[in-house]
Design a protein around this ligand. Structure first.
Ligand code: SF4
Length: 410
Protein backbone atom coordinates (compact mmCIF):
# COMPACT_ATOMS: atom_id res chain seq x y z
CA UNK A 1 0.00 0.00 0.00
CA UNK A 2 1.23 3.46 -0.89
CA UNK A 3 0.05 5.94 1.73
CA UNK A 4 0.53 9.62 0.96
CA UNK A 5 -2.34 11.23 2.89
CA UNK A 6 -2.41 11.07 6.66
CA UNK A 7 -5.25 12.40 8.77
CA UNK A 8 -3.47 13.29 12.01
CA UNK A 9 -5.66 13.63 15.07
CA UNK A 10 -3.78 16.19 17.13
CA UNK A 11 -6.73 16.55 19.53
CA UNK A 12 -9.24 13.87 20.48
CA UNK A 13 -11.85 16.15 22.05
CA UNK A 14 -14.06 18.91 20.67
CA UNK A 15 -15.36 22.21 22.03
CA UNK A 16 -18.79 21.70 20.42
CA UNK A 17 -21.17 18.75 20.09
CA UNK A 18 -22.66 18.33 16.60
CA UNK A 19 -25.46 15.81 16.83
CA UNK A 20 -24.41 13.91 13.67
CA UNK A 21 -20.74 13.63 14.68
CA UNK A 22 -19.31 10.15 13.99
CA UNK A 23 -16.51 10.77 16.54
CA UNK A 24 -18.70 11.17 19.61
CA UNK A 25 -22.38 10.69 18.88
CA UNK A 26 -22.83 7.60 16.69
CA UNK A 27 -21.80 4.84 19.10
CA UNK A 28 -17.99 4.86 19.19
CA UNK A 29 -16.62 5.56 22.66
CA UNK A 30 -12.94 4.87 21.97
CA UNK A 31 -12.13 8.61 22.12
CA UNK A 32 -12.51 8.37 25.91
CA UNK A 33 -9.29 6.40 26.21
CA UNK A 34 -7.33 8.54 23.76
CA UNK A 35 -4.88 11.14 25.09
CA UNK A 36 -6.55 14.53 24.70
CA UNK A 37 -3.66 15.76 22.54
CA UNK A 38 -0.95 14.12 20.51
CA UNK A 39 2.37 14.10 22.40
CA UNK A 40 5.55 15.39 20.80
CA UNK A 41 7.23 11.98 21.13
CA UNK A 42 4.32 10.39 19.20
CA UNK A 43 4.71 12.89 16.37
CA UNK A 44 8.47 12.34 16.38
CA UNK A 45 8.08 8.56 16.12
CA UNK A 46 5.42 8.93 13.44
CA UNK A 47 7.45 11.32 11.28
CA UNK A 48 10.47 9.00 11.41
CA UNK A 49 8.41 6.03 10.25
CA UNK A 50 6.50 8.07 7.70
CA UNK A 51 9.78 9.17 6.13
CA UNK A 52 10.86 5.53 5.82
CA UNK A 53 7.55 4.69 4.14
CA UNK A 54 7.76 7.61 1.70
CA UNK A 55 11.32 6.71 0.76
CA UNK A 56 10.53 3.02 0.38
CA UNK A 57 7.56 3.78 -1.88
CA UNK A 58 9.45 6.56 -3.70
CA UNK A 59 6.77 9.15 -2.93
CA UNK A 60 7.70 12.80 -3.47
CA UNK A 61 4.72 14.45 -1.77
CA UNK A 62 2.76 13.75 1.38
CA UNK A 63 -0.46 15.41 2.55
CA UNK A 64 -0.88 15.93 6.28
CA UNK A 65 -4.51 16.65 7.15
CA UNK A 66 -4.55 18.09 10.68
CA UNK A 67 -7.72 16.97 12.38
CA UNK A 68 -9.51 16.27 15.66
CA UNK A 69 -11.84 16.52 17.55
CA UNK A 70 -11.10 20.20 17.26
CA UNK A 71 -7.41 20.64 16.38
CA UNK A 72 -7.26 24.26 17.54
CA UNK A 73 -7.78 23.12 21.13
CA UNK A 74 -4.06 22.30 21.15
CA UNK A 75 -1.68 24.90 22.65
CA UNK A 76 -0.11 27.08 19.97
CA UNK A 77 3.44 26.21 21.08
CA UNK A 78 2.65 22.51 20.81
CA UNK A 79 1.16 23.12 17.37
CA UNK A 80 4.36 24.82 16.22
CA UNK A 81 6.42 21.89 17.53
CA UNK A 82 4.09 19.49 15.72
CA UNK A 83 4.55 21.29 12.40
CA UNK A 84 8.31 21.57 12.85
CA UNK A 85 8.67 17.81 13.34
CA UNK A 86 7.90 17.42 9.62
CA UNK A 87 11.12 19.28 8.74
CA UNK A 88 12.78 15.88 8.88
CA UNK A 89 10.78 14.89 5.80
CA UNK A 90 11.17 18.23 4.03
CA UNK A 91 14.95 18.10 4.50
CA UNK A 92 14.98 14.93 2.38
CA UNK A 93 13.41 16.84 -0.52
CA UNK A 94 9.89 15.47 0.00
CA UNK A 95 7.09 18.00 -0.19
CA UNK A 96 4.78 18.19 2.83
CA UNK A 97 1.38 19.77 2.14
CA UNK A 98 -0.57 20.72 5.27
CA UNK A 99 -4.28 21.26 5.55
CA UNK A 100 -6.35 21.70 8.69
CA UNK A 101 -10.03 21.08 9.33
CA UNK A 102 -11.60 23.16 12.09
CA UNK A 103 -15.00 24.24 13.34
CA UNK A 104 -13.60 27.78 13.15
CA UNK A 105 -14.65 28.93 16.60
CA UNK A 106 -11.18 29.36 18.12
CA UNK A 107 -9.56 31.10 15.15
CA UNK A 108 -7.76 34.32 16.04
CA UNK A 109 -5.07 36.47 14.44
CA UNK A 110 -2.26 34.46 16.04
CA UNK A 111 -3.61 31.24 14.53
CA UNK A 112 -3.86 32.97 11.16
CA UNK A 113 -0.19 33.97 11.35
CA UNK A 114 0.73 30.34 12.02
CA UNK A 115 -1.44 29.14 9.12
CA UNK A 116 0.20 31.62 6.76
CA UNK A 117 3.74 31.02 7.95
CA UNK A 118 3.36 27.26 7.41
CA UNK A 119 1.24 27.38 4.22
CA UNK A 120 -1.62 25.50 5.83
CA UNK A 121 -4.81 25.17 3.77
CA UNK A 122 -7.83 25.82 5.97
CA UNK A 123 -11.17 24.02 5.88
CA UNK A 124 -13.98 25.24 8.12
CA UNK A 125 -17.12 23.23 8.89
CA UNK A 126 -20.39 25.11 8.38
CA UNK A 127 -23.79 23.85 7.21
CA UNK A 128 -25.34 26.89 5.49
CA UNK A 129 -27.28 29.75 7.07
CA UNK A 130 -27.79 30.23 10.82
CA UNK A 131 -31.07 28.34 10.80
CA UNK A 132 -29.64 25.47 8.71
CA UNK A 133 -26.29 25.25 10.49
CA UNK A 134 -27.74 25.38 13.97
CA UNK A 135 -29.97 22.34 13.40
CA UNK A 136 -27.05 19.96 13.98
CA UNK A 137 -23.95 22.05 14.67
CA UNK A 138 -24.56 22.92 18.30
CA UNK A 139 -22.38 23.51 21.34
CA UNK A 140 -22.39 21.51 24.56
CA UNK A 141 -25.29 23.55 25.95
CA UNK A 142 -27.33 22.82 22.81
CA UNK A 143 -26.98 26.35 21.40
CA UNK A 144 -26.23 26.97 17.73
CA UNK A 145 -22.65 27.71 16.68
CA UNK A 146 -23.27 29.79 13.54
CA UNK A 147 -22.36 33.23 14.92
CA UNK A 148 -19.10 32.02 16.44
CA UNK A 149 -18.10 30.27 13.20
CA UNK A 150 -18.81 33.41 11.19
CA UNK A 151 -16.56 35.36 13.60
CA UNK A 152 -13.78 32.88 12.83
CA UNK A 153 -14.40 33.17 9.07
CA UNK A 154 -14.18 36.97 9.36
CA UNK A 155 -10.81 36.69 11.10
CA UNK A 156 -9.58 34.41 8.29
CA UNK A 157 -10.89 36.82 5.65
CA UNK A 158 -9.27 39.81 7.39
CA UNK A 159 -5.98 37.93 7.23
CA UNK A 160 -6.49 37.20 3.50
CA UNK A 161 -6.72 33.46 4.03
CA UNK A 162 -8.88 31.74 1.45
CA UNK A 163 -11.27 29.25 3.01
CA UNK A 164 -12.70 25.93 1.94
CA UNK A 165 -16.00 25.06 3.60
CA UNK A 166 -16.93 21.52 4.54
CA UNK A 167 -20.67 21.18 4.91
CA UNK A 168 -23.05 18.28 5.40
CA UNK A 169 -26.24 17.82 3.39
CA UNK A 170 -29.49 18.72 5.06
CA UNK A 171 -32.47 17.72 2.95
CA UNK A 172 -34.84 19.61 5.23
CA UNK A 173 -33.34 22.88 3.98
CA UNK A 174 -34.09 24.77 0.79
CA UNK A 175 -31.18 23.64 -1.43
CA UNK A 176 -30.97 26.83 -3.47
CA UNK A 177 -30.91 29.03 -0.37
CA UNK A 178 -28.31 26.68 1.10
CA UNK A 179 -26.14 27.20 -1.99
CA UNK A 180 -26.73 30.96 -2.17
CA UNK A 181 -25.80 31.49 1.46
CA UNK A 182 -22.22 30.39 0.80
CA UNK A 183 -21.91 32.96 -2.00
CA UNK A 184 -21.96 35.72 0.60
CA UNK A 185 -18.90 34.37 2.43
CA UNK A 186 -15.94 34.91 0.01
CA UNK A 187 -14.94 31.25 -0.23
CA UNK A 188 -12.49 29.26 -2.32
CA UNK A 189 -14.51 26.07 -2.30
CA UNK A 190 -17.38 24.24 -0.69
CA UNK A 191 -17.77 20.52 -0.29
CA UNK A 192 -21.18 19.12 0.52
CA UNK A 193 -20.86 15.74 2.16
CA UNK A 194 -23.52 13.07 2.32
CA UNK A 195 -24.78 12.68 5.87
CA UNK A 196 -22.91 9.76 7.41
CA UNK A 197 -24.92 6.65 8.21
CA UNK A 198 -24.98 2.97 7.30
CA UNK A 199 -27.65 0.38 6.52
CA UNK A 200 -28.32 -0.12 10.25
CA UNK A 201 -28.81 3.59 10.98
CA UNK A 202 -30.11 5.12 7.76
CA UNK A 203 -33.78 5.42 8.76
CA UNK A 204 -33.59 9.12 9.68
CA UNK A 205 -32.17 10.16 6.32
CA UNK A 206 -34.79 9.01 3.90
CA UNK A 207 -38.46 10.03 3.80
CA UNK A 208 -37.68 13.75 4.23
CA UNK A 209 -39.35 16.44 2.10
CA UNK A 210 -36.68 16.05 -0.57
CA UNK A 211 -34.70 12.89 -1.25
CA UNK A 212 -30.90 13.35 -1.13
CA UNK A 213 -30.75 13.14 -4.94
CA UNK A 214 -33.48 15.77 -5.45
CA UNK A 215 -31.68 18.05 -2.99
CA UNK A 216 -28.25 17.63 -4.58
CA UNK A 217 -29.57 17.93 -8.14
CA UNK A 218 -31.21 21.28 -7.36
CA UNK A 219 -27.89 22.57 -6.02
CA UNK A 220 -25.98 21.12 -8.97
CA UNK A 221 -28.29 22.76 -11.52
CA UNK A 222 -27.97 26.11 -9.78
CA UNK A 223 -24.15 25.80 -9.51
CA UNK A 224 -23.54 24.46 -13.03
CA UNK A 225 -25.58 27.22 -14.70
CA UNK A 226 -24.57 29.98 -12.29
CA UNK A 227 -23.22 32.94 -14.31
CA UNK A 228 -21.93 34.48 -11.07
CA UNK A 229 -20.08 31.39 -9.91
CA UNK A 230 -17.91 32.27 -6.90
CA UNK A 231 -16.75 28.94 -5.53
CA UNK A 232 -16.02 25.34 -6.52
CA UNK A 233 -18.17 22.48 -5.23
CA UNK A 234 -15.77 19.56 -4.84
CA UNK A 235 -18.37 16.76 -4.92
CA UNK A 236 -19.70 17.91 -8.30
CA UNK A 237 -16.26 18.67 -9.72
CA UNK A 238 -15.03 15.21 -8.81
CA UNK A 239 -18.02 13.56 -10.48
CA UNK A 240 -17.48 15.64 -13.64
CA UNK A 241 -13.79 14.72 -13.68
CA UNK A 242 -14.63 11.04 -13.32
CA UNK A 243 -17.23 11.28 -16.10
CA UNK A 244 -14.59 12.84 -18.38
CA UNK A 245 -12.16 10.05 -17.54
CA UNK A 246 -9.86 11.86 -15.09
CA UNK A 247 -9.13 9.82 -12.01
CA UNK A 248 -9.31 11.81 -8.79
CA UNK A 249 -8.48 11.24 -5.17
CA UNK A 250 -11.73 11.34 -3.25
CA UNK A 251 -12.28 8.27 -1.08
CA UNK A 252 -16.06 8.48 -1.41
CA UNK A 253 -16.11 8.19 -5.21
CA UNK A 254 -14.39 6.24 -7.96
CA UNK A 255 -12.32 3.09 -8.01
CA UNK A 256 -8.86 4.43 -7.16
CA UNK A 257 -7.04 3.12 -4.12
CA UNK A 258 -7.75 5.10 -0.95
CA UNK A 259 -4.21 5.97 0.05
CA UNK A 260 -5.29 7.63 3.30
CA UNK A 261 -4.46 6.59 6.84
CA UNK A 262 -5.52 7.97 10.23
CA UNK A 263 -3.05 8.57 13.08
CA UNK A 264 -4.82 8.79 16.43
CA UNK A 265 -3.45 10.89 19.34
CA UNK A 266 -1.99 7.76 21.00
CA UNK A 267 -0.19 6.66 17.84
CA UNK A 268 -2.75 4.11 16.63
CA UNK A 269 -2.86 3.71 12.84
CA UNK A 270 -6.40 3.22 11.58
CA UNK A 271 -8.70 3.24 8.57
CA UNK A 272 -10.83 6.30 7.85
CA UNK A 273 -12.44 7.67 11.00
CA UNK A 274 -15.99 7.77 9.58
CA UNK A 275 -15.96 3.96 9.97
CA UNK A 276 -16.40 4.63 13.69
CA UNK A 277 -20.12 4.87 12.96
CA UNK A 278 -20.15 1.08 12.44
CA UNK A 279 -19.74 0.39 16.17
CA UNK A 280 -17.70 1.01 19.30
CA UNK A 281 -13.93 0.65 18.69
CA UNK A 282 -14.67 -0.54 15.12
CA UNK A 283 -11.47 0.99 13.71
CA UNK A 284 -9.18 -0.40 16.43
CA UNK A 285 -6.70 -2.98 15.14
CA UNK A 286 -3.74 -3.12 17.56
CA UNK A 287 -1.40 -1.35 15.11
CA UNK A 288 0.49 1.55 16.71
CA UNK A 289 3.31 3.74 15.51
CA UNK A 290 5.45 2.84 18.56
CA UNK A 291 5.34 -0.88 17.82
CA UNK A 292 4.75 -1.13 14.07
CA UNK A 293 6.13 0.13 10.78
CA UNK A 294 3.66 1.85 8.45
CA UNK A 295 3.88 -1.09 6.00
CA UNK A 296 2.34 -3.31 8.70
CA UNK A 297 -1.06 -1.67 8.25
CA UNK A 298 -1.70 -4.37 5.66
CA UNK A 299 -2.25 -6.72 8.61
CA UNK A 300 -5.50 -4.84 9.31
CA UNK A 301 -8.30 -6.31 7.21
CA UNK A 302 -10.36 -3.13 7.68
CA UNK A 303 -7.56 -0.90 6.36
CA UNK A 304 -7.04 -3.26 3.43
CA UNK A 305 -10.75 -3.24 2.55
CA UNK A 306 -10.90 0.56 2.85
CA UNK A 307 -7.78 0.94 0.67
CA UNK A 308 -9.38 -1.22 -2.02
CA UNK A 309 -13.04 -0.33 -1.45
CA UNK A 310 -13.49 0.79 -5.06
CA UNK A 311 -12.42 -2.68 -6.19
CA UNK A 312 -14.10 -4.89 -3.59
CA UNK A 313 -17.61 -4.17 -4.82
CA UNK A 314 -20.85 -6.05 -4.15
CA UNK A 315 -22.53 -7.75 -7.09
CA UNK A 316 -24.99 -4.93 -7.71
CA UNK A 317 -22.15 -2.44 -8.17
CA UNK A 318 -20.27 -4.81 -10.45
CA UNK A 319 -23.39 -4.86 -12.63
CA UNK A 320 -23.74 -1.09 -12.58
CA UNK A 321 -22.87 0.98 -15.68
CA UNK A 322 -21.48 3.84 -13.54
CA UNK A 323 -19.36 1.73 -11.19
CA UNK A 324 -16.13 3.42 -12.39
CA UNK A 325 -17.48 6.81 -11.36
CA UNK A 326 -19.32 5.84 -8.18
CA UNK A 327 -17.11 3.03 -6.93
CA UNK A 328 -19.92 1.70 -4.72
CA UNK A 329 -19.99 4.95 -2.72
CA UNK A 330 -18.20 5.63 0.55
CA UNK A 331 -17.20 2.49 2.46
CA UNK A 332 -18.78 3.54 5.81
CA UNK A 333 -22.09 4.00 3.98
CA UNK A 334 -21.94 0.39 2.75
CA UNK A 335 -21.90 -1.26 6.17
CA UNK A 336 -24.65 -3.39 7.70
CA UNK A 337 -24.41 -5.76 10.65
CA UNK A 338 -26.16 -8.32 8.40
CA UNK A 339 -23.72 -8.31 5.45
CA UNK A 340 -20.66 -6.38 6.62
CA UNK A 341 -19.44 -4.32 3.66
CA UNK A 342 -21.05 -6.52 1.02
CA UNK A 343 -23.67 -3.87 0.17
CA UNK A 344 -23.93 -0.93 -2.18
CA UNK A 345 -24.01 2.48 -0.48
CA UNK A 346 -27.16 3.45 1.41
CA UNK A 347 -27.17 6.28 -1.15
CA UNK A 348 -27.07 3.90 -4.14
CA UNK A 349 -30.26 5.17 -5.80
CA UNK A 350 -29.31 8.77 -5.07
CA UNK A 351 -25.81 8.35 -6.46
CA UNK A 352 -27.24 6.70 -9.57
CA UNK A 353 -29.65 9.61 -10.05
CA UNK A 354 -27.09 12.34 -9.27
CA UNK A 355 -24.33 10.90 -11.46
CA UNK A 356 -26.57 10.18 -14.47
CA UNK A 357 -28.10 13.67 -14.15
CA UNK A 358 -24.65 15.31 -14.04
CA UNK A 359 -23.42 13.16 -16.94
CA UNK A 360 -26.41 14.10 -19.10
CA UNK A 361 -26.13 17.79 -18.19
CA UNK A 362 -22.41 17.87 -18.97
CA UNK A 363 -22.99 16.16 -22.34
CA UNK A 364 -25.71 18.69 -23.23
CA UNK A 365 -23.25 21.51 -22.54
CA UNK A 366 -20.51 20.09 -24.78
CA UNK A 367 -20.10 20.51 -28.57
CA UNK A 368 -21.15 17.22 -30.30
CA UNK A 369 -17.66 16.64 -31.75
CA UNK A 370 -16.14 16.84 -28.24
CA UNK A 371 -18.75 14.40 -26.92
CA UNK A 372 -17.81 11.89 -29.61
CA UNK A 373 -14.09 12.36 -28.86
CA UNK A 374 -14.60 11.58 -25.16
CA UNK A 375 -16.76 8.55 -25.98
CA UNK A 376 -19.30 9.32 -23.25
CA UNK A 377 -23.00 9.06 -23.91
CA UNK A 378 -26.24 9.92 -22.20
CA UNK A 379 -27.73 7.45 -19.77
CA UNK A 380 -31.01 7.81 -17.93
CA UNK A 381 -31.49 6.59 -14.37
CA UNK A 382 -34.21 4.21 -15.57
CA UNK A 383 -31.93 2.70 -18.24
CA UNK A 384 -29.12 2.34 -15.71
CA UNK A 385 -31.47 0.34 -13.46
CA UNK A 386 -32.41 -1.94 -16.37
CA UNK A 387 -28.73 -2.54 -17.15
CA UNK A 388 -28.07 -3.49 -13.51
CA UNK A 389 -31.05 -5.89 -13.50
CA UNK A 390 -29.81 -7.56 -16.67
CA UNK A 391 -26.08 -7.73 -15.78
CA UNK A 392 -26.52 -8.98 -12.24
CA UNK A 393 -27.91 -12.29 -13.49
CA UNK A 394 -24.60 -13.24 -15.10
CA UNK A 395 -22.12 -12.01 -12.48
CA UNK A 396 -20.56 -14.77 -10.35
CA UNK A 397 -20.05 -14.29 -6.61
CA UNK A 398 -16.76 -12.35 -6.25
CA UNK A 399 -13.95 -14.19 -4.44
CA UNK A 400 -13.50 -11.33 -1.93
CA UNK A 401 -17.11 -11.65 -0.67
CA UNK A 402 -16.01 -13.56 2.46
CA UNK A 403 -13.58 -10.78 3.30
CA UNK A 404 -16.32 -8.14 3.01
CA UNK A 405 -18.71 -10.24 5.06
CA UNK A 406 -16.20 -10.97 7.81
CA UNK A 407 -17.32 -7.75 9.52
CA UNK A 408 -20.95 -8.78 9.82
CA UNK A 409 -22.30 -9.16 13.35
CA UNK A 410 -25.55 -11.11 12.89
S1 SF4 B 1 -24.75 3.66 -8.11
FE1 SF4 B 1 -25.24 2.05 -6.67
S2 SF4 B 1 -24.93 0.14 -7.83
FE2 SF4 B 1 -23.88 1.78 -8.96
S3 SF4 B 1 -21.78 1.69 -8.21
FE3 SF4 B 1 -22.88 3.24 -6.98
S4 SF4 B 1 -23.60 2.17 -5.17
FE4 SF4 B 1 -23.03 0.62 -6.71
Amino acid sequence: MKIDKIVVKIASRCNINCSYCYMYNLGDLSYKIQPKFIEDRTTEEFVKKLLLHLQKKKLQTVHIIIHGGEPLLIKKNDFVNFINRFNLIKEKGIEVIFSLQTNGILIDNEWCQLFKKNNINIGVSLDGSKQDNDTFRIDKKGDGTYHNVIKGLNVLNNNNIKIGILSVMNTKTDPVKYYDHFKSLNLKSVDILLLDANHDTKQNIFGQDLSPSEWYIKIFDKWFHDSELTYNVRFFEMIIKEILGQKQGLDSLGINENNILVLETNGDLEAVDVLKLCGDSFTKNGINIYTHEIEEIKKSELIEIYYNSGKYLPKKCLACPIQDICGGGYLPHRYSSENGFNNPSIYCNDLLKIITHIQNTVIESMPPELVSQTGISKLTYEDALKIIERNILTIPKPEYTLKLESFKKN
